[in-house]
Write a protein that binds this ligand. Sequence first.
Ligand code: SDX
Length: 407
Amino acid sequence: MITPTTIADAQATNGKASGQPSGGINGAYGTCAFRPGLEGIPAVQSSISYVDGKQGILEYRGIPIDDLAHRGTFLETAYLLIWGQLPTTEQLESFSHDIQYHRRLKFRIRDMMKCFPESGHPMDALQASAAALGLFYSRRALLDPEYIRAAVMRIIAKIPTMVAAFQMIRKGNDPIQPRDDLGYAANFLYMLNEQKPDPIEAKIFDACLTLHAEHTINASTFSALVTASTMTDPYAVIASAVGTLAGPLHGGANEEVVSMLDEIGSVDNVKAYVDDRVSCRQKIMGFGHRVYKVKDPRACILQKMAEQLFDKLGRDRRYDIALEVEKVVEDRLGHKGIYPNVDFYSGLVYKRLGIPDDLFTPVFAIARVAGWLAHWREQLEENRIFRPTQVYTGAHQLPYIPIEERG
Ligand code: SDX
């Protein structure tokens, strides 16, 4: 049953959920309004996460995001999302051990990745590599809990290794092997630079993963759900979600934000830049959200993390530009509920951690895998294939015109 609570995030869309439908159908399900982008339409019943877009609240399995980011770890959070509760010490040890065990890539996968063009975007490399896992672990036993558990471990373990491997390969180097003495976040940073990261930097990166791990029925999760609902293998589910996350309106925005700050170049240019985009009705990257009509709570935490890193490693001049952009956008578009989203400050954090710009979205994917897998499991528990309908706007009963008579 859909309760008012379960559709809270849909209702927070500035009242648009009850706004004007643009067209509709009369059919077996009564009159349905057509809502572009399925705005406000519940696609699933879920107990994984909760967003209150008016108050800026995000919870994973009922636990506030702030607590998880500051007091938990990414692996604990992934466990919580996927298996429904925080792990005990033994459960976490076993989970971490299994992930560590699965971190390495088969040499055929590494060889396959060596054939990818160096100029290709790392998100495309990740999508192809994730899909290729299905070739190597092809048994599709969706009713077997052991198969589900092994697939979860493999995917969480191997996605970061794949992202780091592509980075090394495109620089002409062999991938760096994971290090068993390093935790999940620290090991990823190590595989990127072959340098053990500073513990504070590793902790901040781990918290970034937690912040990006899950976010109700966003576009990539919806994509994962649609794919999962056909009862295909989990590698196909993750590959389709990675492809969806890559777009600039979704996860790809974090990379675009840093280019935007570079393009603006100085605090003095901010007003003109924002005004120009607003007058041309162009989107400002890292702002706006279908659900949040206030500043995204994750952006608030990421901003503090950026400041923490700047105190330690030196300020990034882009941060001053970002602060001014936030101020001017709030002034011009705050009345429409346009505020910074998760992608606005994440790039600045990743940049200070030495992560290349085009890996920002793959890093988002490393984190979001936890949410995608949680939704995959939930979908399998009560699956029905997604098969929405449409509002047909074409013609009927037209004559077939032979090719020689077509004008
Ligand atoms: C993520 O869904 C999730 O939960 C996603 C995510 C997650 O964790 O999974 O939170 C991650 O994808 C964050 C979003 C990253 N994308 C960007 O930063 C790209 C820029 N933002 C937008 O394009 C936009 O705000 C979306 C895509 C995020 C939301 O799109 P909607 O809900 O379809 O909103 P819309 O495009 O229909 O805009 C509604 C109004 C319009 O004005 P009007 O025509 O009504 O006058 O708001 C304006 C828009 O022009 N608007 C913006 C704007 N975003 C919306 N105006 C300027 N700049 C913007 N960024």
